[in-house]
Design a protein around this ligand. Structure first.
Ligand SMILES: C[S@@+](CC[C@H](N)C(=O)[O-])C[C@H]1O[C@@H](n2cnc3c(N)ncnc32)[C@H](O)[C@@H]1O
Length: 301
């Protein structure tokens, strides 16, 4: 069963052909992969977040957090525990517990019970890819940050926030990664562009003193630019390379804490509002022009 679980995640795709004997040998002997299977995390990435939080203690019970690029869901699994999110203890889960073999690993994690003596937090997971249900997590998949305005991503998120009565959140985490091409320059620029967009998104929703955690690839000027940008918006910025992050990988994390929110209260619908205001303004301009034309015509008669 243990070995079977190595194959059960979306991140492991035989069809995408990253599957070689040596890759497999490395993968199954990786201590973090083994630990993730043992501790029912969907991916070894869980340990990166655990480690960063152990270092800087930014996650707290009661926090409202958004996990961007959350699939397959390992960070969200960690977040559920750290913010003490409410999990559903419905009948279905109990029945499923009896048939342990059929449980998705996330359901096993649901055995984590929220502590009633601590504040309860909320976890929202967003990704363009599907995410299996995680007890305690509000999931919006088929959500693409770069196509936010072209499909109904914004609306679905805003509806969820309204339903949960959330105006601002304590933290936004972005482990998002664009499809890598193998060309260092392109990949480095692509991830910076993506994370800049994530930051723009985060600024609309972050509370004062909130935190933003994002993944980047180190080694290019653009990395330094992103760091400076974060330093201008947050009081503290840490550069972290958790030991669970593979040594050969250029991936690094920037953890920005204590957001000093500027007074521009950027709401999720700002872009739409601006567009609407612009359209209205154009309509009014047209009506005024028409009125002027009619008046001049009358005067000419
Ligand atoms: C490294 S994985 C995240 C792993 C996750 N933190 C975990 O622990 O399970 C990166 C994710 O970013 C998502 N992603 C990349 N670009 C995106 C975009 N424009 N909008 C939404 N999700 C995106 C991918 O679909 C992928 O699932």
């Amino acid at each position: 069963m243990l070995i079977g679980r190595f194959f059960s995640y979306r991140s492991f795709s035989i069809s995408t052909c990253h599957f070689t004997k040596s890759w497999m040998a490395k993968h199954v002997s990786d201590p973090y992969v083994r630990r993730s299977v043992k501790e029912n995390y969907r991916a070894r990435s869980a340990f990166k977040l655990i480690e960063m939080n152990n270092m800087y203690k930014f996650l707290e019970p009661g926090h409202i957090v958004i996990d961007m690029g959350a699939a397959p869901g390992a960070w969200s699994q960690v977040l559920v525990k750290e913010v003490n999110a409410r999990t559903n203890k419905g009948k279905k889960t109990q029945q499923q517990q009896q048939q342990n073999e059929l449980l998705h690993p996330s359901e096993i994690t649901s055995l984590h019970k929220p502590n009633p003596d601590l504040k309860c937090g909320i976890v929202i997971a967003l990704d363009r890819d599907p995410i299996f249900e995680i007890p305690g997590v509000h999931i919006i998949d088929d959500w693409n940050l770069t196509e936010e305005t072209t499909n109904d991503c914004n609306k679905r998120l805003q509806d969820l926030l309204n339903r949960l009565k959330i105006n601002k959140v304590d933290g936004i985490l972005s482990d998002m990664c664009p499809n890598v091409t193998g060309c260092k320059e392109i990949d480095h620029s692509a991830i910076v562009v993506l994370q800049r967009q994530a930051l723009h998104f985060a600024r609309r929703l972050l509370k004062k003193n909130g935190y933003f955690l994002c993944k980047l690839f180190q080694g290019q000027e653009t990395f330094q630019e992103m760091r400076s940008l974060l330093e201008s918006l947050f009081h503290i910025v840490h550069l972290v390379k958790p030991s669970a992050s593979r040594y050969q990988s250029p991936e690094m994390y920037l953890l920005a804490m204590q957001y000093h929110a500027d007074s521009s209260d950027i709401s999720l619908n700002t872009d739409n509002n601006n567009q609407r205001i612009e359209t209205k303004r154009n309509e009014i301009e047209k009506l005024l022009a028409e009125a002027r034309r009619i008046r001049t015509k009358k005067n000419d008669k």
